[in-house]
Design a protein. Sequence first.
Length: 196
Amino acid sequence: MTDSKETTKTALLKSGRRIIVEKGYNNTGIQEVLQDVGVPKGSFYHFFKSKEDFGLAIINYDAAIHARVVEQYLSDTTLSPLSRIKSYFENKLSEYESLHYREGCLLGNLSQEMADQNERFRVRLQVVMTQWRDRVAQCVQEAQAAGEISSRWQAHDLAEYCLNSWEGALLQMKLTKTDKPLKAFMKVTFETVLIP
């Protein structure tokens, strides 16, 4: 049986994540989250010391979900290493299509909004983004060893390029409300950059 306290905490994190990805951290109020979940203020402060603590917990929550998705794709040994990377980004493209090219990446959104405002957020976001980059770099190295990607560039540099370009494409996607930036990322990355 699921612990009801843990269920309440998860519900708060899910709601907070959904509202923050739509409105931003600074435009999200605790009361709005409480109303969405249907719990009293005391329930919130049972789990979180402050809004900042809540925001950091949402980063951890989102990062854990995203890490599982990354692992699902990049560990799929039925595909070649390069195909795993491509499959991951194709999946994300489909996800944003289903969202009508809204929201973007919570981690990217918060990095833009909070990096200059809150050092704890900046540091935590940097750690999470570095973990993401390192996991992609590991798959790039496997692809290089298999001869699918040129070894001319360091795997970490290629992974950094991919994630930086992807986050930029997501920003343009939100502006244009189309998949064109994401498709341009896919075309250049997999037809020009990640090649033998």
